[in-house]
Design a protein around this ligand. Structure first.
Ligand code: NAI
Length: 801
C-alpha cells in the first residue's frame, strides 16, 4: 500500500470542468448570431456581412457576429453624439448611479461573463473567474466614485464628447471596462469596437446596458475587424481615440489622427524585464515567473518576457524553473485545475512558433517540459529560452505567447542597462530582498509600472500605461481620468485663433527709435545656445529681424537640422538634471527669475521696441515672466505623486517622472512670456529642453542667454535654436532621441508634428492654431503644464501583513 505522501506524487489530477451550459443556452437563445448595438437598439450591419468567432480550445465556431461598415460606424457615432448632451449634463451623482448599477450587474452575472470569456478567448476559467471579471467590477465601482466626485473635485473640467475605443483580444471585458468606465464617469459617450477574435463579452455587456437602463446611445458596441476600427479612428465627429493593441496599429492611429484635434491614448506592446538579484527568494521568483509569463498564455502586453538574472544564481533559477514548468498543466481552459489555456488563434500560434524557431537558429537553447500540449485546439507549451544574446530577435520582439527568454547580468548597473535595452517601456518587475537595491533601480528602469517582488498586479486605483514606444496616456485612477477630460476654458476658447495674449491695456504704438536697431552692427548677431555655449549656426546663415515698424532690429542665427541634432545631443548629455533634487531645480529657477528681474528694464525696452507695444504692456509681460519663473520654482517640489490604495498586500506609489528631452516650438506672441511659460515647467520637472523661440521676435530669447549663463543652469538643460520655427519643429518631431514635442503654432504645423511623432511615439502637445491667453493663470500656467511635462510611474511595493 502506498503512503499518503506517495499518493501526492503519483496521482494525476482528475478533471474539474466548469459547466458551459448557461452560456450555451444564452448563445442558443440568440440563435448564435449577434447584431450591432447602436443607439440602444440591436441593428443589422448595413452590408449584411458577418464573421465567425471561434473557441480557441476546440477550433469550433461559437457564434456569428455582424461586421460593421462605414454607415454603421457613422450611425453609432451619431447616436453617441445625440446622447452626449443629456449624459454630460447629468449630475456626477446620477452618472455614478449608472456606473454603480453596471458594477452590481456584473457581479450578479459574474460566472456567465467568466465562462463566456473563457469560451471565446481560451483563457483558463480560474483567471477569467478570479482575475478578469472581479477587476471589471472593481473598475466600474472605482469610476462610479470619480463620477460622484466630478462636480466637486474636478469642477474645472469637462468631458471631451464622443470617444472611440478599440480594444484587443487578450483581456476582452477587462479592456472594455478600462475604457468605458472612465469615459462614462467623465460624461463622455462611447463607440467601442471589441477585437474580432473576442466580441462576445462586449455583446453581453451591451445587453447589460439595456437591462440597467443606461440611456440609449451612451454606449454603442460595433463589432468588426481592423477596417471597422479604422472607420472609428477616421470619423470626423469623434473627439478622442483610446486604443490598446499592437505598436504597429498604434503608430497607424497616431498618423491617421494627426492634426484632427482628437485626443489620443495608446496602450501598446512591451518586452518587460523581470529582474532577479542574487539575494532574491528564488522560490517566490519561480512563482513570479509563472504569473509573469504563463498568465493568460503570455498574451499580456506587460508580460515579464525577459528574465534578467544575476549571474551567481542563474543556473539555480533555470533548474528550479524547469522543475516547475514540468508541473504546469496546459489544456481545456474550462478545467478549473488548468494553468495555461489556449492561444487565441492559429495566426498567433504560428507567430509564436516562428519566433521560437528563429530563436533556436540564432543560437538560443529552447527548453519545454517533457509532456506535450493537446493537439485539438490551439495550444503551446510553456517555453524557456536560455543562451540568448541581448540583441537576439527573441530578446527584442514581443512574442505574445508563453515563451520567456533568460539572460544574465553581473552588477545592478548592468541589470538596468539590459532592462532598458528595448524600445518598449510598459512594465518591469524587480526581485530582491534588499529594499535599498529595489528602490535604487526602480527609478532607473524606464517603465510605466514597476512591481517589486510581485508581478502583473492591476487595480482600478493605479494608473497603467507606457513609457517610450509602449504608448502614452494612463488607464486607472485619476491618472486615467485626465485622458477623458479637458479644461473648461478650452471649450470656451475653441474657435478663437491668433492674436496677442498679454493684457495690459493700451494700443500698440511704435516705440522710440532705437540707435542699436536702426543701425544693427554685425557683432549683435545672436548665435544659438547649445550645451551652455553660444555657438554659430552650422550653415552660417542669419535671419534679419525687423521690429513692428519694419526697421532692422538685429539678426539671429538660422539653425538647421544639424544644429537641432547638436542641441538634442547636448540635452541628452544633461540628463543629470533629471536626477537633481526638486529643491535644487527650484533654486536654479529662482536664480533665473532673480537675474531676469535685475534686467527687467532692459527686457521691457527690447520688448517695446521690437513689438511696438507701449511700455506698460511690455513691462507687464516681463513682470509676468518673472512671476512665472517664481511660480515654477515654487512648484518644482510640489508636483507630488500619490500613494494608491490598491487592495493587495502593498502600497502603490505613483511618481511623476520627467519625460527626458522635450522639444518646444514657442508661439509667435507673446515672445518672452510664451518662451518662459513653456521652458520653465519642463525644466522644473527635470526635463532638458531644446527650444525654438518665436520666429518673429527671437531676440527676447537670445537676450535670455545671458540670464541663463549667470544663473547656474547646467550646460545643456536649456538649449535654444533660432530660425524657421516650423522647419525646426519638424526636425525635432521626427528626431528619435526626443521624448516629447510641444508645438504652439498653426493647425498645419500641429498636424505635421503629430504625424512625425509616430516614429518613436513621442508625447505631443500641440495647439492646432488655437490661441491661448498666456497671461491667464490657468491657460498660461499650472497643473496642465506639469502633467504634460511628466509621466507617472506606478511602483508596487509589498507592505503590511
Ligand atoms: P491589433 O493591434 O491589430 O488589434 C487590436 C485591435 O485593433 C483590434 O480590435 C483590431 O480590430 C483593431 N485594429 C486593427 N487594425 C486597425 C486599424 N488600422 N485601425 C484601427 N483599429 C485597428 O493586434 P492583433 O493583430 O490582434 O495582434 C497582433 C500582435 O499585436 C500580437 O501578436 C501582439 O504582439 C500584439 N498585441 C498587443 C496587445 C497589447 O495589449 N499590447 C494586444 C493585442 C495584440
Amino acid at each position: 500500500m502506498s503512503k499518503v505522501a506517495e499518493l501526492f506524487e503519483s496521482l494525476d489530477y482528475g478533471p474539474a470542468p466548469e459547466s458551459p451550459t448557461p452560456v450555451l443556452e444564452w448563445l442558443d437563445r440568440h440563435t448564435r448570431a449577434f447584431d450591432l448595438f447602436i443607439g440602444g437598439r440591436w441593428v443589422k450591419a448595413t452590408s449584411g456581412e458577418s464573421f465567425e468567432t471561434v473557441n480557441p480550445a476546440t477550433g469550433q465556431p461559437i457564434a456569428r457576429v455582424a461586421q460593421a461598415g462605414p454607415k454603421d460606424v457613422d450611425a453609432a457615432v451619431r447616436a453617441a453624439r445625440k446622447a452626449f448632451g443629456s449624459w454630460s449634463r447629468l449630475s456626477g451623482h446620477a452618472r455614478a448611479l449608472h456606473l454603480y448599477a453596471i458594477a452590481r450587474w456584473i457581479q450578479k452575472h459574474s460566472r456567465l461573463f467568466a465562462v463566456l470569456e473563457t469560451l471565446d478567448n481560451g483563457k483558463p476559467i480560474r483567471e477569467s473567474r478570479d482575475i478578469d471579471i472581479p477587476l471589471v467590477a472593481r473598475h466600474f465601482y472605482h469610476h462610479a466614485g470619480w463620477a460622484e466626485l466630478m462636480d466637486t473635485e474636478l469642477a474645472g473640467y469637462a468631458p471631451l464628447g464622443v470617444v472611440g475605443q478599440i480594444i484587443p483580444w487578450n483581456f476582452p471585458l477587462l479592456m472594455l471596462a478600462w475604457k468605458i468606465a472612465p469615459a462614462l464617469a467623465a460624461g463622455n459617450t462611447v463607440v467601442l469596437k471589441p477585437a474580432e477574435f473576442t466580441p462576445l463579452t462586449a455583446i453581453l455587456f451591451a445587453q447589460l446596458c439595456e437591462e440597467v437602463g443606461l440611456p440609449p446611445g451612451v454606449v454603442n458596441i460595433v463589432t468588426g475587424d481592423g477596417k471597422a476600427g479604422e472607420l472609428i479612428v477616421k470619423h470626423p465627429d469623434v473627439n478622442k481615440i483610446a486604443f490598446t493593441g499592437s505598436t504597429e496599429v498604434g503608430r497607424l492611429i497616431r498618423v491617421a489622427t494627426a492634426g484632427s484635434g482628437k485626443k489620443v491614448s495608446l496602450e501598446l506592446g512591451g518586452k518587460s524585464p523581470f529582474v532577479v538579484f542574487d539575494d532574491a527568494d528564488l522560490d517566490s521568483v519561480v512563482e513570479g515567473v509563472v504569473d509573469a509569463i504563463w498568465f493568460n498564455q503570455g498574451q499580456v502586453c506587460c508580460a515579464g518576457s525577459r528574465i534578467l538574472v544575476q549571474e551567481g544564481v542563474g543556473d539555480r533559477l533555470v533548474e528550479k524553473l524547469r522543475a516547475r514548468m514540468e508541473t504546469l498543466r496546459v489544456g481545456d481552459p474550462l478545467d478549473k485545475a488548468v494553468d495555461i489555456g489556449a492561444i487565441i488563434a492559429p495566426v498567433q500560434l504560428e507567430k509564436i512558433l516562428r519566433l521560437v524557431r528563429q530563436g533556436e537558429q540564432e543560437g538560443a537553447t529552447i527548453w519545454q517540459p517533457s509532456w506535450s500540449a493537446p493537439k485539438d485546439g490551439y495550444f503551446f507549451p510553456p517555453t524557456l529560452c536560455t543562451n540568448v544574446a541581448p540583441a537576439a530577435t527573441i530578446a527584442q520582439v514581443e512574442i505574445f505567447g508563453p515563451v520567456v527568454v533568460l539572460m544574465t547580468f553581473r552588477t545592478p548597473a548592468e541589470a538596468v542597462e539590459l532592462a532598458n535595452n528595448t524600445p518598449y517601456g510598459l512594465a518591469a518587475s524587480v526581485w530582491t530582498e534588499n529594499i535599498n537595491l529595489a528602490l535604487d533601480v526602480a527609478p532607473k528602469i524606464n517603465a510605466g509600472t514597476l512591481w517589486i517582488n510581485c508581478t502583473n498586479m492591476f487595480d482600478a486605483a493605479a494608473g497603467f500605461g507606457g513609457y517610450k514606444e509602449s504608448g502614452f496616456g494612463r488607464e486607472g485612477g485619476l491618472e486615467g481620468m485626465w485622458e477623458y477630460m479637458k479644461a473648461k476654458w478650452e471649450e470656451q476658447a475653441d474657435g478663437r485663433t491668433g492674436g496677442r495674449a498679454v493684457k495690459a491695456g493700451g494700443k500698440k504704438a511704435a516705440g522710440p527709435p532705437d540707435r542699436l536697431t536702426a543701425r544693427p552692427s554685425v557683432d549683435r548677431t545672436a548665435k544659438l545656445y547649445i550645451g551652455g555655449k553660444q555657438v554659430r549656426p552650422d550653415q552660417g546663415y542669419s535671419l534679419i529681424i525687423h521690429d513692428a515698424a519694419g526697421r532692422l532690429a538685429g539678426e539671429v542665427g538660422q539653425g538647421n537640422r544639424k544644429d537641432i541634432r547638436n542641441a538634442v545631443e547636448a540635452a541628452r548629455r544633461a540628463e543629470g538634471w533629471t536626477r537633481a533634487t526638486a529643491h535644487h531645480r527650484a533654486q536654479v529657477l529662482y536664480y533665473v527669475a532673480e537675474n531676469l528681474s535685475i534686467r527687467a528694464a532692459e527686457f521691457t525696452t527690447r520688448l517695446a521696441r521690437l513689438t511696438g507695444v507701449r511700455g506698460p504692456e511690455a513691462a507687464a509681460e516681463v513682470e509676468l515672466s518673472i512671476r512665472r519663473l517664481f511660480a515654477y520654482a515654487a512648484r518644482a517640489d510640489k508636483w507630488d505623486g500619490h500613494v494608491h490604495h490598491t487592495p493587495y498586500r502593498n502600497v502603490t506609489m505613483a511618481m511623476p517622472e520627467p519625460l527626458g528631452v522635450v522639444g518646444i516650438a514657442c508661439p509667435e506672441e507673446p515672445a518672452l512670456l510664451g518662451f518662459v511659460s513653456l521652458f520653465a515647467p519642463a525644466v522644473a520637472m527635470g526635463n532638458s529642453v531644446v527650444v525654438v523661440p518665436s520666429e518673429r521676435w527671437p531676440l527676447l530669447a537670445t537676450d535670455f542667454y545671458q540670464v541663463l549663463e549667470t544663473s547656474d543652469v547646467p550646460d545643456g538643460v536649456i538649449n535654444i535654436v533660432t530660425g524657421k520655427r516650423d522647419e525646426l519643429a519638424e526636425v525635432l518631431a521626427s528626431h528619435d532621441d526626443v521624448d516629447a514635442m510641444w508645438y504652439f503654432g498653426g493647425a498645419e504645423g500641429s498636424a505635421v508634428v503629430e504625424r512625425l511623432s509616430a516614429g518613436n511615439l513621442k508625447r505631443t502637445w500641440v495647439s492646432y492654431g488655437k490661441a491661448r491667453d498666456w497671461s491667464d493663470s490657468q491657460q498660461g500656467e499650472g497643473q496642465e503644464f506639469l502633467r504634460r511635462a511628466t509621466h507617472v510611474k506606478n511602483i508596487w511595493i509589498p507592505y503590511g501583513e
